[in-house]
Design a protein around this ligand. Structure first.
Ligand SMILES: Nc1ncnc2c1ncn2[C@@H]1O[C@H](COP(=O)(O)OP(=O)(O)OP(=O)(O)O)[C@@H](O)[C@H]1O
Ligand SMILES: Nc1nc(=O)c2ncn([C@H]3C[C@H](O)[C@@H](CO)O3)c2[nH]1
Length: 207
């Protein structure tokens, strides 16, 4: 491994990333880098009018995640210490390729690569896959008001975008191991033994 364990959890909206990343960080006593959601000033506007607000939202997420990497991830890895994150910065590109068009997409791609190409990459991405029905149920259960505006078609598209993006990432970054978890069948919240199996699989990757 090129640096200390850096474990990211990924998957489409509501898959359980924060839940699993929190459990993993607690199990190992590693710090957790968590996505900023409630303080995001553009999310509710974005869900009301995606075309109008997508560039602002994508730039906000990108700058925010870049800052978290700069402040929390890079210094920790430089000190030889492990960290868990409930996202991989690559998700910015998964979303932006879907939400942006034309000149704004080109500009965003450029800024994304300038900012992220030399950042440390996770050793492992735990990729939670889940079906549309399960995601819809979890999003509804969580009850964030701005997500009530989210269309089913958008969520279905993101499920497919994640599948494509994860296989492209596996080819482009062979040093990052992608561990798929079946989020429909594996309930790591209710069943501790399922969580323990995920822990064991991640451990295998970071030995
Ligand atoms: N395995 C699971 N079984 C049942 N409920 C779950 C499971 N994992 C997560 N949940 C619940 O589903 C909801 C969404 O989970 P969570 O917030 O962890 O998802 P997320 O992937 O981080 O979402 P987002 O993409 O919005 O950041 C929460 O209410 C959480 O308690
Ligand atoms: N457009 C867009 N780009 C992103 O990079 C991104 N990251 C997360 N999200 C949305 C999903 C949840 O509603 C909520 C919390 O994850 O924010 C995003 N939306």
């Amino acid at each position: 491994m090129s640096h200390a364990p850096y474990i990211a959890v990924e998957g489409p909206i509501g898959a359980g990333k924060t839940t699993l990343a929190t459990m993993l960080a607690e199990a190992w006593g590693y710090p957790l880098v968590k996505e900023i959601v409630e303080e995001n000033p553009f999310l509710d506007k974005f869900y009301q009018d995606m075309d109008d607000w997508s560039f602002q939202l994508e730039m906000f997420f990108l700058c925010n995640r870049y800052k978290q990497l700069e402040d929390a991830v890079i210094p920790r890895l430089a000190g030889g210490q492990a960290i868990v994150s409930d996202y991989h910065i690559y998700k910015n590109l998964i979303f932006s390729e879907r939400t942006l068009k034309g000149v704004k997409r080109d500009k965003y791609r450029h800024i994304y690569h300038v900012l992220t190409d030399d950042l440390p990459k996770p050793n492992v991405i735990v990729y939670i896959r889940a079906s549309l029905d399960v995601l819809l149920e979890r999003i509804a259960k969580r009850g964030r008001s701005f997500e009530e505006e989210m269309s089913t078609a958008y969520l279905q598209q993101l499920i497919e975008d994640y599948e494509t993006a994860m296989s492209q990432l596996a080819e482009r970054e062979p040093d990052t191991i992608i561990l798929p978890v079946d989020g429909d069948a594996v309930d790591f919240v209710a069943d501790r033994s399922e969580f323990d199996k995920i822990v064991a699989r991640v451990k295998e990757c970071i030995r």
